[in-house]
Design a protein around this ligand. Structure first.
Ligand code: PLP
Length: 399
């Protein structure tokens, strides 16, 4: 008799993980992987932050028993996340208006939020930026939503189609969920200015939208507080909204899956009810979160000396990326790439949206062993003093 799974079709490969496989198989000794969204140090290595190593040592020495965590995670962790996202001691926290749960990375935070929203309003539609992080569409689609886009990137100006974006938000039906990148937009690196955020907040309020802020790169743009400032704007508006947090990049803890979801509610009572529903979403998906990564982050965030060290190390990553942006501009110009390259230093976060076509990106791979995404996205955080010359020369050759 036929297998139960006989009708299962082959799913398409994840484009970025597929790129990794291709990179690993490439025998070119000079190959450079600028595809993935991962920060590497100047030696091309995934860093172990010193603050994380210290916290790890502390935790391993204490050798605690491995009991189940509460469904919503480590209380001290959730509180530390709230302090980081909303500002310790902020009014919204004092008023008990934020429900925060530990989640499996930023992706887990998005999914728990999506599942909550689906239960609340099954007919709601989701708007993501055009373009957006690839997984946004897939994640919200798989949570049962119809997903469409709002205008965002403008290839002609290498900026944001702000008027069109605002018009789309204003025209969206009430209850529409709008996924917004809090900072360091992936893939374009183009962020809204504080004044533009003010208009976006007002548009969300006027149209009765449900903002869902994805904060995967806090600290990689201008700084921890600066990158989080948009949250303050949404709080000040009095709107209810959601924020997903990822520590994958900011603590270099990718595989530990450390993130969170925070839901800003109208009052304390509503927050308690929302939290109870979040717990059901978690309980029926994976019961409760893992311990180690969140313990590391909680230890670092709540130990003043480690916290200071983390802020310094995060600033180090931010500044190294900036230095690579400046160097790339210089080296591209020196290699004869014409035109205004200042967009590279204007873009925020780990990526540069190079404007290169899929065909040019393919040539970079096959002729030079330089691997970026077909959309033209390259990871600036994977450039270093050893590979940047070759990358700049290769880009110049295909430009
Ligand atoms: N959101 C955005 C915009 C991202 O770029 C990423 C990671 O690449 C995530 C969420 C997911 O982060 P995590 O690995 O913590 O799930």
């Amino acid at each position: 008799s036929a297998s139960v799974f006989a009708a299962v079709q082959m799913a398409p490969r994840d484009p970025i993980l597929g790129l990794n496989e291709q990179f690993n198989a490439d025998p070119n000794p000079a190959k450079v992987n600028l595809g993935v969204g991962v920060y590497f140090d100047d030696n091309g290595k995934l860093p172990v932050l010193a603050c994380v190593a210290a916290a790890e040592k502390q935790l391993l020495e204490a050798s605690k028993p491995k009991g189940y965590l509460p469904i919503d995670g480590i209380a001290a962790y959730d509180k530390a996340v709230q302090g980081l996202v909303f500002g310790a001691g902020s009014e919204v926290l004092q008023a008990g208006r934020v429900a925060t749960v530990q989640a499996l990375g930023g992706t887990g935070g998005l999914k728990v939020g999506a599942d909550l929203l689906k239960k609340l309003n099954p007919a709601a539609r989701v708007l993501i930026s055009d373009p957006s992080w690839e997984n946004h569409r897939a994640l919200f689609t798989n949570a049962g939503f119809e997903v469409s886009t709002y205008p965002y990137y403008d290839a002609a100006t290498r900026g944001i189609r702000f008027d069109a974006m605002l018009a789309a938000l204003k025209a969206a039906p009430a209850g529409t969920i709008v996924v917004l990148h809090a900072c360091c937009h992936n893939p374009t690196g183009c962020d809204l200015t504080p004044a533009q955020w003010t208009e976006v907040v007002a548009a969300c309020q006027a149209a009765g939208l449900v903002p869902f802020l994805d904060m995967a790169y806090q600290g990689f743009g201008e700084g921890i507080a600066e990158d989080g400032a948009v949250i303050g704007q949404f709080v000040a508006s009095g709107l209810q909204f959601l924020v997903s947090t990822s520590f994958s990049k900011s603590f270099s803890l990718y595989g530990e899956r450390v993130g969170a979801l925070s839901v800003v509610c109208a009052d304390r009572d509503e927050t308690t009810r929302v939290l109870s529903q979040l717990k059901i979403v978690i309980r029926t998906n994976y019961s409760n979160p893992p311990t180690f990564g969140a313990q590391l982050v909680a230890t670092v965030l709540t130990t003043p000396a480690l916290r200071a060290q983390w802020e310094e190390e995060l600033a180090g990553m931010r500044l190294r990326i900036r230095a690579m942006r400046a160097a790339l501009v210089e080296k591209l110009a020196a290699a004869g790439v014409p035109g205004d390259l200042s967009y590279i230093t204007r873009q925020k976060g780990m990526f540069s949206y190079s404007g290169l076509s899929a065909e040019q990106m393919q040539r970079l791979r096959s002729e030079f062993g330089v691997y970026g995404v077909d959309s033209g996205r390259i990871c600036v955080a994977a450039l270093n003093s050893k590979n940047i010359d070759a990358v700049a020369k290769a880009i110049a050759q295909v430009s």
